[in-house]
Design a protein around this ligand. Structure first.
Ligand SMILES: [Zn+2]
Length: 314
């Protein structure tokens, strides 16, 4: 399957590239946004930097998982195939090997050859090639902290940022296709303290047991600075697609667990959004935004997208 969009000066479809570290990250961060834009006629491409080979089985009802990296890679590929179908998106692997989450004090070194140990220019090269082939108008990834301190999430930020910066420069990464300048780069922020507190309080207000109490306490205690949110995309109609994609990652996601503990009608009432931080933009836009393509729609002659932009041009 080719990722290359139609070319020439004719009206084109909008294109969104979501860069993630492991299979399942696309379903826990920005998933409903991806499903919404795909449903609205945007070409959405999820990029998975690694195969998730060092993930543990996190679903107690799954049973024992594969014991080899190859077995885990196979399993996660089959899960990913169902998730991308649930979201209605395309997906590509960059082909790097999961670094695993190092644990212990002191932390052990990362496994030889893993994604987290790659020099940025090596790790970014296949992504630059994919950017130049798919020609996204907008990219999403994680903030410089990785969102949480997994070495692959931090490296995912680095390669996405590098690709955003360099893909448009013909002197960079020769041999990876014609330069393409991406208009906007966003960071995913689906786990803000504000969101967790809002949902937590709404659940307690209805006499329900919230799954977020401990999480909020430990996060608040660590005093992790909250990153700015510039953009809220309304996605509640796409919670079912997000949930189906999460469930598809059966070895990783417990259908009785954390991700499914919030009644979806309550969530739609108090937090119908997925949130983003606009990190870089090469088009003018006005903050706050409710659309990742704000500003882009003014400079690209589009077909296929049926997204409502009411109010934006008032
Ligand atoms: Zn991950």
């Amino acid at each position: 399957m080719s990722v290359a969009p139609e070319s020439g000066g004719a009206p084109e479809r909008l294109r969104l590239m979501a860069v993630h570290a492991h299979p399942d990250d696309e379903s826990s961060k920005g998933a409903a946004t991806a499903a919404r834009y795909a449903a609205e006629g945007v070409d959405v491409l999820v990029v998975s930097c690694t195969g998730g080979e060092r993930g543990d089985v996190l679903n107690p009802s799954f049973g024992p998982g594969p014991t080899s990296l190859e077995g885990m890679r196979e399993l996660r590929r089959s899960e990913m195939a169902r998730a991308r179908e649930a979201l209605g998106v395309q997906q590509r692997w960059l082909g790097f090997v999961d670094s695993g989450l190092p644990e212990g004090d002191p932390l052990p070194p990362l496994p030889e050859g893993s994604f987290g140990l790659q020099p940025v220019e090596v790790a970014a090269r296949p992504l630059v090639e994919l950017v130049r082939a798919f020609r996204p108008h907008v990219m999403t990834t994680y903030d410089p902290s990785g969102g949480y301190p997994h070495p692959d999430h931090i490296m995912c930020h680095k390669v996405a940022f590098e690709a955003f910066e360099k893909a448009g420069d013909p002197s960079c990464y020769p041999g990876t296709g014609a330069p393409w300048e991406v208009f906007k780069l966003y960071y995913n922020h689906d786990f803000s303290l504000t969101r967790m507190r809002t949902i937590h309080e709404a659940m307690e207000g209805q006499g329900l047991v919230s799954p977020f109490g401990d999480w909020i306490e430990s996060r608040a205690a660590r005093e992790i600075p909250e990153r700015p949110v510039t953009t809220r995309v309304e996605v509640s109609a796409y919670f079912p697609q997000r949930d189906a994609a999460l469930v598809a990652h059966a070895s990783q996601i417990d259908p009785e667990g954390f991700f499914f503990a919030v009644p979806r009608d309550l969530e739609a009432d108090v937090w119908p959004w997925e949130e983003y931080e606009l990190a870089e933009s090469r088009v003018p836009t006005t903050l706050p935004e409710d659309d990742l393509f704000a500003g882009v729609r003014d400079v690209v002659e589009t077909v296929g997208a049926t997204v409502s932009t009411e109010g934006e041009h008032a």
